[in-house]
Design a protein around this ligand. Sequence first.
Ligand code: ATP
Length: 321
Amino acid sequence: MANPADIVVDRLTKAYGKFLAVDHISFEVPKGAVVGFLGPNGAGKTTTIRMLTCFLPPTSGMARVAGLDVFQQSLAVRRQIGYLAENTPLYPEMRVEEYLIFRGKLRGMERAVLRRRIAQVAEMCWLSDRLRWLVGNLSKGYRQRLGIADALLHNPPVLVLDEPTVGLDPAQIRQTRKLIANLAGQHTVLLSTHILSEVELVCQRAIIIGRGRILAQGTPEELKQQGAGRGAGRLVVEVRGPVAQVRSALDALPGVQQVEILAGGVAGTLAVTGTLDATLKEQIAAVIHQRGWALREMRSGGATLEEFFVQITDPGAAAAA
Ligand code: ATP
């Protein structure tokens, strides 16, 4: 049997006056999965997350977290959920351990349980050697880990992480992603992010939202396939001929957005991005033939998640790219 869902959202809607910031969205996050929640700026991610974490009442629709109704049972839901907000407010004058004790007490955790749990989350989040540090002296990466440790403190089954790697350097980004990947199985994670590669690295599934609506959802592989099916992606063309001239000739074809030289030499390999329909393929073959060059191979280079994302969230930009 498939895992039961830990987050169930059904036709959830938030209106600001006549503007629908979140417009009848429905999705599920299976127990123990890490699911990416993606969308361009203003798509409605934070609004959705704030409804799921009981900070914002919806206009209509339903959401359940760990089997509990977010609106009818908000106190119980908060006990089941750990939330890392985009800008976690931390207290710079507190020591890391003090801060975690303070947060645990706010949640009504018993002292002995809290001590044990602080040691556990500090280890999980690689914070053990920073427990005596002042929060204000922590680097951004360590502050982010502290935010995640705080979200994990009461051992909630569900975690909602809003842009956890924003502002981190590459090494910190890698560590934070590893930490999130390690949470899979033990916790259900909804991970809001702008970063497509992050989704491929840590998420089993992704939900793409734009202008308040769900535009696509599936595994990263399924989304890439959907992209390729819609003509996103690239064609790899191998041609015997002067590669710079081949590039200009292909670039001039209608429907071509970009031509990149992948390899030069007697036979050049070029990657063509554009509206990759049958007509374009025929035109590429025809122009190569007319110019007296030889077409050695034409194959699909597949679509990246990024190409699919741009295509569905901003079709205008995709066409102009
Ligand atoms: P970002 O990635 O930039 O954080 P987001 O996907 O989280 O974007 P939201 O913050 O959920 O987007 O905003 C969704 C839309 O709702 C935006 O157009 C925003 O301007 C609008 N919005 C958010 N809060 C309010 C509010 N209190 N009143 C009116 N409009 C709002």
